[in-house]
Design a protein around this ligand. Structure first.
Ligand SMILES: Nc1ncnc2c1ncn2[C@@H]1O[C@H](COP(=O)(O)OP(=O)(O)OP(=O)(O)O)[C@@H](O)[C@H]1O
Ligand SMILES: [Mg+2]
Length: 249
């Protein structure tokens, strides 16, 4: 079963074709990384997946349904979670409170004036489970604004997980991090994928992270899909080396 099926999507900005005829299939439980040089179209492609804007042409299926024209909000409610859009993280609230807000949104309780005891306990359970998933149980009562960068990122990912997504979209989760924190987040993403079977699409600049985590790597170059394959296949691909890895090294 495929979570995501993207069929020849193109996105034009005026004369510029940022994404050209790109197709991608993500199977349930798969971790697919998207790489490519600066300006390759990675963020644009991601925006097409999450619904930030519609493609100029092409089709996007999620869980077997056509979502090409759906808004980000409608995609989120169908189980597609993207970290930075959901994470209006509140630095002055605790980790627990932040995740609870996401859990309430997920349960559709956020705008309700009154929540029953049974509902409140369901939300509480979701928060506890999510805290465990990201290994922040011990820091549940800390203010997010006072956490180290890596823990803040873990809290952001937790907010996405509280939505119980079928697909998790991560746009450079280790951006701006030092080695220690990059390792922490890489291990977290690996656990979510390997132990908890999340389906994940990841944009990542850090090649160590990509080759460490991905089942499959998709290389974009000048808006086109240059290559797709396992980390071994991509590492051995000469056009990829020419377009990207050679420059990055
Ligand atoms: N909203 C927009 N309007 C016009 N052009 C855009 C827009 N967004 C992106 N572009 C252009 O589309 C091309 C692809 O950009 P995109 O940001 O998707 O690349 P990227 O692979 O994410 O690059 P980076 O590695 O620098 O993040 C670039 O030429 C960029 O200038
Ligand atoms: Mg980008």
């Amino acid at each position: 079963m495929n979570v995501l099926e993207i069929n020849t999507v193109t996105k034009r900005f005026g004369n510029l074709v940022a994404v050209r005829d790109v197709s991608l299939t993500v199977a349930k439980g798969e971790l697919c990384a998207i790489i490519g040089p600066n300006g390759a179209g990675k963020t644009t492609f991601f925006n097409l997946i999450s619904g930030y804007f519609p493609p100029t042409s092409g089709k996007i299926m999620f869980d077997g349904q056509d979502i090409t024209r759906l808004s980000t909000h409608e995609r989120v409610s169908r189980g597609m979670a993207r970290t930075f859009q959901i994470t209006e993280i509140f630095p002055e609230l605790t980790v627990f409170e932040n995740i609870r807000i996401a859990a309430e949104v997920a349960g559709g309780y956020r705008l309700r004036p009154w929540i029953s005891r049974a509902e409140a306990s369901k939300i509480h359970d979701n928060v506890e489970t999510t805290l465990k998933l990201v290994a922040l149980e011990a820091k549940a009562d800390r203010l997010v604004g006072e956490l180290a960068h890596g823990d803040q990122r873990a809290a952001e990912i937790a907010m996405a997980l509280a939505l119980k997504p079928h697909l998790l979209l991560l746009d450079e989760p280790t951006a701006g991090m030092g080695d220690q924190e990059t390792y922490q987040i890489t291990q977290l993403v690996r656990r979510l994928h390997r132990n908890d079977q999340y389906s994940i699409v990841l944009i990542e600049h850090d090649m160590r992270v990509v080759f460490n985590l991905a089942d499959r790597i998709c290389v974009l170059d000048q808006g086109r899909m240059l290559a797709q394959g396992t980390p071994q296949q991509i590492a051995a691909n000469e056009s990829v080396q020419a377009a990207y890895l050679g420059n990055a090294a």
